[in-house]
Design a protein around this ligand. Sequence first.
Ligand code: ADP
Length: 627
Amino acid sequence: MMSHAALTSASAPPRRGMSTRPGRVRLLPIALLLLAVPLAVAAWGLGGYSAQRERNNADTRLIDSLNSAGGVYRDVLSNVDSTATRLSGDRRVQHELFHGGHRAVVWRMRVNKRHPNGRVRPRRGPIPAAAAVRRIDFLSTKGRTIGQVVVFLPLDHQFVRWLAQQVDLGSHRQLGFARGGRLVGAERTLRIESGAPGGRAGDIRAGGTGYRTVSEGLGSGANRTRLAALEPSSYIDSKASLARWRVIGLGLAVIVALLAMAYAVSPSIARSRVSRQERERAERVLAHVGDGVFLVDHDGVIRLWNAAAEAITGLRPDAICDREAAEAIPGWPAVAARIPVARRPGEIDDESSAETVPLEIEGREIWLSIAGVTLPDGIVYAFRDVTRERRLEELRAQFVATISHELRTPLASLHGAAMTLLEREHELTAQTRQDLLDMIGAQSKRLADLVEEILLTGQLDSGSLWVVTEPFDAEELVWTVAATARLRMSDDTTTIAVSIPAVLPKVAGDAERTRQVLTNLVDNAIKYSPHGGAIELGVEAGDGYARFTVRDEGLGIPLGEQKRIFEKFYRLDPDHRRGIGGSGLGLYISRELVRSMHGRIWVDSDPGKGAIFMFELPLAERVIVPA
Ligand code: ADP
């Protein structure tokens, strides 16, 4: 019986149809780790991209500010134009030009807070180098300039300040006028140390500070002055680097989260791997264990049915599993009540040791030695097929009865004959004395044969029987057996004939053991032909073997019994109702002897018409047998 330790290992079997995905689960931490690498690269790349985008945004903001400031500047310039036009039509100005002795009237314009749209208030003044200038010439009839009205707007700190107030510059952007290596800002004029403001965004260094700048020319009227929008490079850099590290930080956070996840799931994966391995091992053990094992849960439903259980009972797992034991296993309710169930594995005492119970499955009776153990899942049963042992036990019991009978009969005869000879010797005729002595001889021979059979069976069972293999003459052996049998026959209703082919090669085996087998078969043929008949002994050569036959016209053997009569102790008539004695050992001994000489034995019979016993032994040499 399977050990309870094995039962314990069977305690956590996977349910039928249950499936896990061990491969995917095991790969998860590796996949997470592998994902971390491209994520890190992606985060780094995305960080760079964000920084660049921040720089581009700064450029866009500069261009927007410049465009707004340029628009305001052009409004102011058109005011300068209209002022110049207006002044040139003014009578007082014209009088001053033509009668006051001035060649030119110069007006300076200033922007002020009260005129936020850039309207100007002209005043007289000298023309500085950095200024937007509008000149209107008065020409003579001959085309010469005889007077000039000049209106100018100085591109100075004050104008920059005013311009900066008109547009949305945010906190760090500034405006300035660049001309000839100088940058006029809202507060002061800076020297441009490197780079030059251009139409496209670029870097310059002025007054010891780096700037990102974009500028536009203000036309010839402004004397090559450019309006520039600026933002300190340090501010843009800090914003770009902030953007970069924000993205990288986010990426790192995701990676850390992934690693934490991998770390968190690894122990559970390891645990699930271990339990899966244990489950697989238990499954393997269950599949290969020789004992049948099955689990019945608390609802009486069968949850597991191993390969040995199928092999022993012939009931397939798919016909058994997930069904109630009471309906799936024939006769289970009656049987289950008798099966001892231990509360714990290893708890084996007299009461919980295995019980032998019968089951009838598809018309076949099988005997199981079975025990159960309680588990949290239900009860696990382990069983072993003891049908053979059980049958042998029955036969053995029968044998004792048979042998007692077989011993008693000759012993009674012996005793009677001996007592008669002892007590009435002088009253007996010579013939009667002879008959009694013959009977003593025959019965003691019968007893000796019986004892010989029992001893031989013991030797065969223990494997201590000595069998030689050497060439012998089968023909001679058959003749001898037939002649000896004839001598033993008491009636003349039975005849013994011998049939031998012209050529018969030598047989490889033990001549004495072969004679024993043949004698046994002939004795049986005589014994089981109570009404006499023809008995025929024969031997013929086949392809590599010699086939011995013993044919009779006796009782014959039913088809269903033809295999079983070779079993130990098996008799068709155990109760001797037919009056034919025997131990049930003869054919068993014959089969074992033939097998030990590498041959086989079988019977063919028509019940009521007789039987043919045949056995084959290997030939000593290969010969071509003539047809
Ligand atoms: P036994 O000592 O009973 O003859 P065997 O082993 O020789 O034991 O034979 C087993 C059984 O086979 C016998 O009991 C008998 O029923 C049957 N048997 C053997 N030989 C014959 C035969 N020639 N004809 C009919 N039945 C036979």
